[in-house]
Design a protein around this ligand. Structure first.
Ligand SMILES: Nc1ncnc2c1ncn2[C@@H]1O[C@H](COP(=O)(O)OP(=O)(O)OP(=O)(O)O)[C@@H](O)[C@H]1O
Ligand SMILES: [Mg+2]
Length: 282
């Protein structure tokens, strides 16, 4: 289904979005997400970050303009083909959207189970990933008994467990401390290194500055794209840019890199389920 002529994972051309009869909240938005790219999506509260992500994962239709996902022009793609496109997208929702009657383990396991993965494999991958995000002692807990930050980590694990082609994360570190924030960012970078295209909406400018990835800037409905920048070298500036807390976070992230949370993950040729449409299966 991926058109060979279009290397962009997603492409917007002059996209506009309005809710009902309201004003346009996104205007003339044009950009492309090259395969394997990593972008932060930045803008003030109400700037339209969540709306833009919803357009990319096909939860909203644009009022005008062209959207293509994996080389498919959405306006002319038959409806019945859309779920297959969505299945390649992992989404971390701003409001988590976990299934409250299932344990943390079962929430994360769902995309793998839906895709028919063997139970032994499910057990192994889900428990490794939950341990990696620091939830090994909460695997059997139901979401309402978890803190906001814990639910956020379950939601992240569910979005990435099946190694999506495209990961969209809406404020994925909004409820965790700096150490966990860096650890989760490292997880996204690791997923990206393995081939997933990543877009992360965030207000955390410290993380954005420190990691140097490309940026999509939203301001009053208009979008500007900024390329990746070299990460500032503390030695060159003569200033120690990294605080003690961050040093600790980086040490944790480096230790985790050795453990490689995706080391045993299934290959790209295997198909997996879609966290965004899990409701369809319950
Ligand atoms: N379902 C909706 N119906 C009407 N207006 C909406 C709806 N969802 C969002 N909006 C409006 O669209 C604009 C963009 O909202 P959006 O949620 O995309 O912003 P955001 O950048 O994600 O903000 P935040 O940083 O607070 O999450 C806002 O003016 C908001 O009021
Ligand atoms: Mg939002």
């Amino acid at each position: 289904m991926e058109a060979a002529s279009d290397e962009a994972i997603a492409r917007f051309e002059n996209v506009g979005l309005r809710y009902g009869l309201g004003p346009e909240v996104l205007r003339d938005v044009s950009f492309a997400l090259p395969k394997g790219s990593f972008h932060f999506l930045i803008g003030e509260s109400g700037a339209g970050k969540s709306s833009l992500l919803k357009l990319i994962y096909l939860a909203l239709k644009p009022s005008r303009g062209l959207i293509s996902l994996f080389g498919n022009d959405i306006a002319v793609t038959p409806r019945q083909k859309l779920p297959a496109l969505r299945r390649r997208v992992g989404v971390v929702f701003q409001e988590f959207r976990l299934l409250n009657h299932l344990s943390a383990f079962d929430n994360v396991a769902l995309p793998l189970r839906v895709s028919g993965a063997k139970e032994g494999l499910v057990r192994k991958h889900v428990s490794e990933l939950l341990a990696w995000v620091g939830l090994e002692s909460h695997m059997e807990a139901r979401p309402p008994t978890l803190s906001g930050g814990q639910q956020q980590r379950v939601s992240i694990a569910r979005a990435i467990i099946a190694r999506p082609r495209l990961l969209l994360a809406d404020e994925p570190t909004g409820n965790v401390d700096d150490v966990m924030g860096f650890r989760l960012m490292h997880l996204f970078e690791e997923l990206n290194r393995l081939g997933t295209t990543v877009v992360i909406a965030t207000h955390n400018m410290q993380v954005v500055e420190r990691l140097g990835h490309g940026r999509l800037l939203l301001d009053e409905g208009f979008l500007t794209v900024k390329p990746p920048r070299p990460i500032p070298d503390p030695a060159a500036t003569g200033k120690d840019l990294i605080s003690d807390g961050e040093k600790k976070a980086l040490a944790v992230a480096e230790a985790a890199a050795v453990a490689d949370p995706f080391g045993n993950f299934p290959g790209d040729d295997e198909t997996f389920g879609d966290p965004a449409s899990l409701e369809n299966y319950l």
